[in-house]
Design a protein around this ligand. Structure first.
Ligand SMILES: Cc1cc2nc3c(=O)[nH]c(=O)nc-3n(C[C@H](O)[C@H](O)[C@H](O)COP(=O)(O)OP(=O)(O)OC[C@H]3O[C@@H](n4cnc5c(N)ncnc54)[C@H](O)[C@@H]3O)c2cc1C
Length: 384
């Protein structure tokens, strides 16, 4: 059991840390305030190879692994979560389904531009009426045998990276029939951006992640070739469970980054801010808050390292991924609250990074499976 990073992993972490501090930090507050997507930052992340981190070189990837992606996400989120979730969703929800389940033709067509960051993809599972209960999917896709096309009708809610200028496709889960046991047959279908009948609504007005891209999508007799089916027909449920299990480790890493960013900003502020004749960092009440924040970030980091190690070893990791996501998101919210408290009134001002951390932390307890859903997964895995 060795939790130390290899020199290669350390080098990746350092280069992303420098990038986050030197390139992301100076511009992100403006994007956040104006709710604009940081195209130039994303372009540079593409040039660094971040979108290709966990993919094989033969598809245009960097030949790294999922843990490398997690390290990059942690360092980005230490400075900003909008940029981090854009990368997380692009890789683990956008490109990964095609990488894991796509045909050779689908991989050859889509992966090079997704893995270079030149293009983004979204993953449409959630619907306006169904999120946690994803089996309730209402979107339907009917195969028109005369034209050999899927005809898709329905809508998807809160889909990340689905409406940027560089979004090239969205994979959507849809009911494609009835299983022999009478249940819904769910399949996943690739819908290229700009397909007639596929409408992207204007961006939501969100509490946080304001420099990331999120839309509701509508499919109205939207036709795509039968060959756009991703993997086998009827495997949609199993596919998204796999994608979400992995994605939880990535979200945990992102949450650890936010939690650590709260520690960084709190130490900086506590040394500068004076009250009653001395820096507030001299008071033990403040030191204890920061010590607790560091303890939480550290233990959450170990939880995601463990889940990632199990996943990469090919061992079962569902429970550990759920534990990591549940713990890290709780810790992120706790640390954001305490960091804001340490900043006093300035913590309530958007010009300070902790205001962004606070607004960005809550969604971590909701997206890619709520905290209640993580507890359901853990309890089920314990045989309950
Ligand atoms: C900014 C943002 C980006 C997102 N990006 C994507 C994306 O790219 N792709 C995508 O598919 N989705 C995306 N989502 C959707 C997200 O994954 C869902 O919002 C989340 O899974 C919760 O679903 P819901 O909102 O329908 O809540 P619901 O499922 O309606 O849950 C409401 C509440 O009920 C609780 N609950 C539900 N069932 C139970 C139960 N059995 N027992 C106890 N409590 C329960 C939940 O935990 C929650 O507290 C995004 C959401 C946001 C806000």
């Amino acid at each position: 059991m060795d939790f130390r990073l290899s020199s290669e992993q350390e080098a990746l972490r350092e280069s992303v840390r420098d990038f986050a501090r030197e390139v992301v930090a100076p511009v992100i507050a403006d994007h956040y305030e104006t709710h604009t997507f940081p195209y130039e930052v994303i372009r540079q992340m593409g040039k660094m190879g971040l979108f290709g981190l966990p993919f094989a070189e033969e598809h245009g990837g960097m030949g790294g692994d999922y843990f490398a992606l997690c390290l990059a996400l942690e360092e980005l989120a230490r400075v900003d979560s909008s940029v981090a979730i854009t990368l997380e969703a692009a890789v683990s929800l956008g490109a990964m389904p095609i990488y894991r389940f796509g045909t050779d033709e689908q991989k050859a067509r889509w992966l090079p531009k997704l893995l270079s960051g030149e293009a983004l993809a979204g993953f449409g599972l959630t619907e306006p009426g169904f999120g946690s209960d994803a089996g309730g999917t209402q979107t339907r896709a009917v195969l028109d045998e005369a034209t050999n096309e899927w005809v898709i009708n329905g809508s998807k809610a809160f889909i990340t990276n689905s409406g940027t200028d560089i979004t090239t496709l969205v994979t959507v889960t849809a009911v494609t029939g009835t299983r022999p046991d009478g249940g819904k047959e769910l399949s996943t279908i690739i819908v290229p951006s700009g397909t007639p009948g596929f409408t992207v609504a204007p961006g939501y007005s969100k509490v946080g992640w304001n420099a990331s891209d999120t839309h509701e999508l509508t499919f109205d007799d939207c036709r795509v070739p039968a060959a756009n089916l991703l993997g086998e027909r009827g495997r949609g449920f199993a596919q998204f469970l796999r994608i979400l299990d992995e994605g939880r480790i990535a979200i945990a890493a992102l949450a650890v980054g936010l939690a650590q960013g709260c520690v960084d900003e709190s130490i900086r502020y506590a040394k500068e801010r004076h009250a009653f004749g001395q820096p507030i960092g001299n008071y033990q009440a403040i030191q204890f808050k920061i010590a607790d924040m560091e303890m939480k970030a550290h233990t959450a980091r170990l939880a995601y390292y463990d889940a990632a190690a199990r996943m990469l070893a090919g061992e079962p990791f569902k429970r550990q991924a759920a534990i990591a996501k549940l713990h890290a998101s709780t810790v992120a919210v706790d640390n954001a609250r305490e960091a804001t408290q340490i900043h006093g009134g300035y913590g309530f001002m958007n010009e300070y990074p902790v205001a962004r951390f606070w607004r960005d932390s809550k969604i971590l307890e909701i997206g890619e499976g709520t905290s209640e859903v993580q507890r359901m997964i853990i309890a089920r895995d314990l045989g309950m």
